[in-house]
Design a binder for this molecule. Structure first.
Ligand code: UTP
Length: 242
């Protein structure tokens, strides 16, 4: 790939799903290995990591909803959970990564001037940590965003419900946005591969997105450094897969 944003030294951003971090399956060993990978990658180029809330957040959101909390209160609780998860990862990475997660896009960008990787959770109500990752990526003109998630790729329909679902290796932003808009109108609990606000921000900026299984660390590393990886590549129209 060509262009300024693809230089080997340009920033990269990775959105780690909370469901990747905590699966009640050798979580401590996984977080330790992920921290080691991010420390190594973060030393070689500016790296920002957002961490999601996963099932911990969903459990609190369910309880809060039963208690009649507002959407904004629920989002604020979700943000607190993502920040706890960010602390777990940041603490394991150690210095120079701050163990206090930055609280905003602006703070994260500022922190990246002094240390890499920067690790944070959510910022404000109304979106997910995928959107935080995307807004930071646009702000720092990142080479790519990697979504480290609990599925191995994007499918044209939910593979858990439809055994004939087709795995998508590569698509462009208009195709991906059309899928997101279609799914956003679907049944509650439909599988959203990436936050819509985040996707729209990346599409506008022409930043590629890689969707990979977060627990496969060798493959995640390939996606992070821009090598060929297993998963789904979303790219600007006419751009090469990255
Ligand atoms: P997540 O980023 O974890 O969303 O934020 P998710 O879709 O559940 O992703 P996984 O499962 O971790 O991959 C959890 C919740 O926290 C709130 C939202 O309510 C979100 O659903 N949140 C998070 C915000 O309101 N703002 C943020 O910036 C981040």
């Amino acid at each position: 790939m060509a262009g300024r944003s693809d230089a080997a030294s340009s920033p990269i951003v990775v959105s780690v799903g909370g469901s990747v971090l905590l699966q009640e399956d050798r979580d401590a060993a996984f977080v330790g290995d992920l921290a080691e990978l991010l420390r190594r990658v973060g030393r070689s180029r500016p790296t920002v990591v957002t961490v999601g809330g996963g099932r911990t957040a969903r459990e609190y959101l369910r309880l809060g909803a039963e208690l009649g909390l507002t959407h904004v209160e629920l989002d604020e609780i979700g943000i607190d959970i993502t920040r706890l998860h960010a602390r777990l990862l940041a603490g394991r990475i150690g210095l120079p990564t701050a163990s206090h997660p930055p609280l905003s896009v602006r703070e994260a960008v500022e922190a990246l001037r002094h240390a890499s990787p920067v690790v944070l959770g959510g910022t404000e109500p109304g979106h997910t940590t995928d959107a935080v990752a995307s807004l930071i990526a646009v702000r720092v003109r990142a080479a790519r965003v990697v979504n480290a998630t609990d599925v191995d790729a994007l499918y044209d329909s939910d593979p858990r419900l439809n055994p004939g679902a087709r795995r998508l290796e590569s698509l462009d932003w208009p195709e991906f946005l059309a899928m997101l808009r279609r799914d956003a109108g679907g049944a509650p609990g439909a599988n959203y591969p990436f936050d819509r606000l985040g996707a729209e921000a990346l599409a506008r900026a022409g930043i590629p997105l890689a969707i990979v299984a977060g627990r496969d660390l060798p493959n995640l590393e390939k996606a992070l450094v821009g090598e060929r990886f297993a998963g789904t590549s979303v790219r600007p129209r006419g751009g090469e897969a990255s």
